[in-house]
Write a protein that binds this ligand. Structure first.
Ligand code: NAD
Ligand code: DEZ
Length: 376
């Protein structure tokens, strides 16, 4: 890699930027939530997360030539502005998709245990079947679950998709994985509002780990107060970092937008930006991704008499995130918003199921379908 003496400004919560990018120049860190034009004025490369709005107001007076976001979502980036101003851009498609899938599976298994239902006997609905939704579909199918899919943009050219209302009326578990799109032919802002929520099946479990505004949060609370049978899991919130306290209290599991926060997913996100910057300068990537991923502390699990749920909980227990967020709900609003960001900043190390090997047992088939490796 050629040292180009670039000034690289990166979000403070992006792992391994120094290890991956310092060959290109000097890396400086900054908190992303309130990044200002003066902070980026002399940067050549800007590396952000989803909490930084990248637009004319931020970049007009800067020398930035390349913007990378270590995220799947791009709703915080004015991509037209970047194209019009010849600024290179990349996001990190799919980087943390497996982490989101594992968040969803962990919540479903935990709630099946709490409410005494068998996950295999439910019908699953996935809204938005891209990188995340598509991988979730594969794992559900490997587990033998019945799955309905809704994705109008894909349905324009492909078979196998259901209309939204059909999915809402038939699914016992609904998982939202759409991007935030506010205009055009298939907007997702308030995709689910009162009329859609009212048709949900009795006892339906609704999980949003996509973007908060895809569900009208006031409508979710209104319908939730009328229908105690509905179970809600929210990782994302309409007005993040603010959390609607009443809505959170109505939810089964809440978290501060961390569904994708596996260490693997975050490092993969940074690495995908390195690959993109190398492409931008026509250079080859100096090291493979595997060189940056640390060994897992818990790489080998003794099966003994553990259930699939208890094995999943060794790696990820959604109730730990739930408890941490609930502890902040009584704070005054400014403090609550800061606490939301702090929970994300200080997020504990979480690995993906695929980094774990489990000894063979009667549950091997289910564990393999969930994403674990099974020892020979
Ligand atoms: N909670 C988290 O931590 C977390 C982590 C990663 C991604 N996300 C969010 O999840 C979103 C999806 O991620 P992805 O990697 O699957 O993105 P993707 O772009 O691969 O897939 C999105 C899918 O949604 C479909 N879609 C678009 N409009 C739709 C509509 N109106 N109704 C139904 N489907 C629609 C698209 O056709 C596409 O297939 C991201 O944009 C991001 O906002 C959240
Ligand atoms: O779009 C994404 O990839 C996710 O929402 C991502 O996990 C958001 O995390 P952030 O960039 O806000 O740290």
């Amino acid at each position: 890699m050629q040292n180009r003496n670039l000034k690289i400004l990166a979000d403070e919560n992006m792992p391994m930027v120094e290890a991956m990018f310092s060959g290109f120049g000097k890396v400086t860190r900054a908190p992303g939530r309130n990044l200002k034009a003066e902070d980026v004025a002399d940067a050549d490369v800007l590396l952000v997360r989803s909490i930084t709005q990248v637009n004319a107001a931020l970049l007009d007076s800067s020398s930035v030539k390349f913007v990378g976001t270590a995220t799947i979502g791009t709703d915080h980036i004015d991509q037209n502005y970047l194209v019009q101003n010849g600024i290179g851009f990349s996001n990190a498609p799919g980087c943390n998709a497996d982490a989101v899938v594992e968040y969803v599976l962990s919540c479903i298994y935990a709630l099946a245990d709490k409410h005494g239902f068998d996950p295999k006997q439910r019908t699953y609905g996935i809204i938005g079947v891209g990188n995340v939704g598509g991988r979730l579909e594969k794992r559900f199918k490997r587990l033998g679950f019945k799955v309905l899919l809704n994705d109008p943009p894909r349905a324009e050219n492909e078979e196998g998709f259901a209309p939204l209302n059909e999915l809402l009326e038939q699914a016992d578990v609904i998982c939202l994985h759409t991007p935030l799109i506010c205009d055009g032919k298939h907007p997702t802002q308030h995709l689910l509002s009162e009329s859609e929520l009212r048709v949900l099946k009795p006892g339906c479990l609704l999980i949003n780990a996509g973007r908060g505004p895809a569900i009208d949060n006031q409508a979710l609370l209104t319908v939730g107060e009328e229908r105690p049978d509905l179970l809600y899991v929210l990782d994302v919130w309409e007005f993040e970092p603010a959390v609607n306290r009443k809505l959170a209290e109505r939810c089964e599991i809440v978290s501060p937008h961390i569904a994708g926060y596996s260490l693997d997913g975050k490092i993969r996100g940074t690495y995908m930006l390195l690959e993109a910057l190398c492409r931008f300068f026509n250079e080859s990537v100096p090291q493979p991704l595997a060189n940056y991923l640390p060994e897992s502390d818990l790489s080998f699990i003794e099966q003994e008499s553990r259930t699939p749920l208890s094995i999943m909980q060794l790696i990820y227990d959604p109730y730990a995130d739930d408890q941490r967020l609930r502890e902040t709900l009584g704070l005054e609003s400014d403090e609550q918003r800061k606490a939301f960001d702090l929970l994300r900043k200080n997020y504990p190390v979480r690995r993906e199921f695929g980094s774990m090997t489990v000894l063979p047992s009667d549950a091997s088939g289910e564990l393999a379908a969930l994403g674990f490796q099974i020892a020979d």
